[in-house]
Design a protein around this ligand. Structure first.
Ligand code: URA
Length: 212
């Protein structure tokens, strides 16, 4: 981060490495003011799900409904995500943990800037360090770029596993993209079928899914 950003948002001592508990991390992250987003939203949307889940879903950032309710993926895109999860035999408080690349709503739901992504990165990294997922589903380009490849493109990179340090990443379309363009649902379903197969391979061989 540039010195000018540090002096603007001033928190060079934002050290989360000593926090090893998700609830304690959430309390700390709720005080975050490392970028300008926090002053324009209602609050931090930390994430939710089963803290012991080994499957994590990462979105972009909270939208209006998420900001209002303080929970990730609770608007229209979230409802579609819940349906996809159900088709995979996953339930959001049992099998997965859902979080976002940035924790505060960008104004007008714009894409978070490089600076905002970088400012929130320690929060995301600390979450993942504590959760220790085996599989991470990257929902959309922002999650792909933040966690895997800064130059990543979802239409090119989706549907192919990338393994890094024992963690398996599956980039796929963001559910909001599926709402905008339902033709993409078929490819997204192929991606989620691969997620179920990997879940059976790495996490629970007996996992039951209604449609795969
Ligand atoms: N879109 C996201 O990327 N995350 C949410 O939590 C909601 C919508």
């Amino acid at each position: 981060m540039l010195w000018s950003q540090q002096s603007l948002f001033g928190d060079p001592g934002w050290d989360l490495t000593h926090i090893n508990d998700l609830a304690a991390l959430e309390e700390k992250v709720k005080t975050c003011r490392r970028c300008g987003l926090r002053s324009g939203c209602r609050g931090v949307v930390f994430g939710e799900g089963n803290p012991r889940a080994k499957l994590v879903l990462c979105g972009e950032g909270p939208g209006e409904d998420e900001d209002r309710l303080g929970r990730p993926f609770v608007g229209r895109a979230g409802q579609l995500l819940d349906k996809i999860l159900a088709a995979c035999g996953f339930e959001r408080f049992t099998h997965v943990y859902i979080l976002n690349a940035v924790k505060c709503r960008p104004p007008g739901n714009r894409i978070p800037t490089e600076e905002e992504r970088a400012a929130c990165r320690p929060n995301l990294e600390a979450q993942l360090r504590i959760l220790r997922p085996r599989i991470i589903v990257l929902l959309g380009a922002t999650a792909l770029q933040v966690l895997l490849d800064p130059r990543g493109r979802i239409s090119r990179d989706r549907g192919r596993w990338v393994e890094r340090d024992g963690v398996w990443y599956m980039p796929t379309y963001h559910p909001a993209a599926l709402l905008r363009n339902p033709n993409l649902k078929r490819e997204a379903w192929e991606d989620f079928k691969q997620v179920v197969a990997k879940y059976r391979e790495l996490i629970d061989p007996g996992h039951v899914a209604p449609y795969c």
